[in-house]
Each structure stands twice: as C-alpha cells, then as structure tokens.
Design a protein around this ligand. Sequence first.
Ligand code: ADP
Ligand code: MG
Length: 360
Amino acid sequence: MEESPFPYQGPLEPSQVIGRDLLVDDLIRRVTGRKVTALLGPRRYGKTSLLRRVAADLAEVSTVWVDLYEVTSMADVAVRFDDALAVTKGPLAALARRFSLEASLNLGALKVALSGPARARPDPAVSFHRLLEVLVRMAESSPTLLVIDEFSSVARVEGAAGAMRTAFQHHYRTLGLVFAGSQPSMMRTLFSERPQPFYGQADLVYIGPLDAAAIDDIVRQGFDNTGRKAGRLAGLIYDLTGGHPQRAMQLADACWHHTPPGGSGHDNWADGLSQVRHDSADTMERLYSQYNPSERRVLRALALSGSIYGAEAELLDLAKSTAQNARRVLLDSGELTEAGGKLRIVDPILADWIRNRFPL
Ligand SMILES: Nc1ncnc2c1ncn2[C@@H]1O[C@H](COP(=O)(O)OP(=O)(O)O)[C@@H](O)[C@H]1O
Ligand SMILES: [Mg+2]
C-alpha cells in the first residue's frame, strides 16, 4: 500500500519539518551561543520534531536526548538519563563509556540494577548525580547538545530539578541546553512566574500553530509528490484547525486516503473530515466527560462563540467568576491557549466535536 505523505503520530523525521525555518534558525543561534533555552508550546505542536531538526542541523555537535515523559520518581529520572547516555552516537559514545566507567557506572544497566535485590540496589539520587557529572565531562571534551524533552514532568520528582541545576549552573557555557515541555503551568512555574535560580535565566521560546502558508506548502507538496492535486484543500484545513500541526496533518492524511491517484484532495474534504470526526468521537466523548461542569461550560461557550462572556455564556448559565476559574485551570493544563488576547481551545477537533454535539 502507498504510504501517506502526512504522518501524524509521533515526531517527524528532521527532513519532514516544514514551516519552522525561523524557529529552527533561532534555536540554532541560541544553542550555538550557549543560551539555556526553554521551548514552550501545547502538546502536538511539533516541539520534539523541531528539536530533532535542530539537532540534525547542528552537524558539529552531538546530541544527548533525554525524554522525561511522565517520570514520577528519582529512579525514573536516573534511568532516562542512563538510557540516553547509553544510546549516544558519534564522538560522544566513547566518552560516555569512558567517563561512566571512571564513575563506577555500568552504562545502560541502571534499570536492571534498580530492580535487583534491595541490598545491591544503587541509590537513584547518587546514580543520577554521577550521570550528570559524566554528561558535563563529555561536554567539556566534545561539543554537546543536551535536549531534555517533556521536562515539565520533573516538577513532580522531589530533588530532580535541583540536582540538574547544581550540575549545570556552572557549566551552562560548556554545553548547549534546551528544555521542552507542554504543561504550561509547570513550565511557567519553573521558568518564569516564580523563577527558580538557574532556570529563571533561560530564554523562553514559544512554538505556535503553523501559518496558512506553511499548511499550504505541506498539503500541496504531499499531494503533488504522490501524483494527486490538493486544490483548495489547504485553506479548508487551515480554517478548521487554525494551523494546529498534528490535526492539520491528520486531516490531510484522511483526505489523501480518500483521494485516488490523479484525483483532487479538495473534492474529498467532506469524506476526510467525516473520517476524522468518526475516528476521534469516542476519545472526544471520554475527554469531555472528564471536565467538571464549569469547565464544560467554558469549553462550550468558547467552541460556539470564541468568548466566555458573551450571549452564549449567558445561555449556558456561566457566571463570570466561575468562568474565570475554569479558564485559569484549562489554560494551566494546556487545554486552552491565549494569543493576541484571544482565547482558543487548543485542539480544533475537540472544538469541532463540541459544536456538533451541542449546537446551541
Ligand atoms: N513542522 C511540521 N510540519 C508538519 N507537521 C508537523 C510539524 N510539526 C509537527 N507536526 C505534526 O504534529 C505531530 C506531533 O509532532 P511532535 O513533534 O511529536 O509534537 P510535540 O512534541 O509538540 O508533542 C507530528 O506527527 C506531525 O503530524
Ligand atoms: Mg514531544
């Protein structure tokens, strides 16, 4: 079967990252200038893809990539760093091995050691500390970019952010350091609102939706390269998604699957959209049921009118103070974003589901 030119699950290959040239250049400049940087943006906006691209473009620099997705303990954090060092490639690989041996660490084996008999189990905090020292020594010997993805999860692990600060604060000129995270409230707490020492000095870089021109490039190229025509499909996708990268790709993919070679994507917009609605309906229903009643009212008012104070809000019995609270909670969890003073539901497919499910 022919492969769709619109992958929408998981991060992209570096060469597939389109429409992010300014951000790529900006991040490369900061990494090269040794500015500690935090990349902030909603889930599925392309943070991981973007950073992979940055790492690939920095030819002279080797990357250590740590993914802290849903870590809950110091053992988790230490294992993720251990794994990251163990799979390091290029000139860093030999350095990682050598410095680990010198620190009495058996690289790549921490997970096994931590699940072994209690007597022989290493202290995860001590292992973590040593791994961080290994990293700093590697960076002193060879140009290194350290990417810490899904960083917001460390806020839940007592002592983890502090250990990293201690290890890196006097070495931030030695290594390129980029943090990425999706949970706005945790990222803000660490980096800006009540700035923590060291983290408070990081440059904050925000990743937004893709613009209409980028969506047009992506959609057009995908259809052209596979012997189909996009027609005016990109505009339709942009209007519905507002440039949400993953949802735009998912819709493009669905329309593409309905379009035979030689056909026009534009003609299959209705089928593609129905497909995505159908495929996501159960998930949306489950998701929606997890919000409390005032959050649901806020989401409904926003989906219908783009405002939480207008006539729609009144019809939904949404009091101002209740709306304010729910708005804060939803912004903190990354369900809503605010750009240019305009509040929006991040996921356009959720907004679309709400509009169809509750037409006022
Ligand atoms: N520059 C881009 N061009 C096209 N699609 C993108 C782009 N960036 C992200 N995407 C889409 O979003 C999805 C999620 O990207 P990912 O990098 O995993 O996001 P994040 O790390 O922010 O959660 C990708 O599978 C892809 O469909
Ligand atoms: Mg990611």
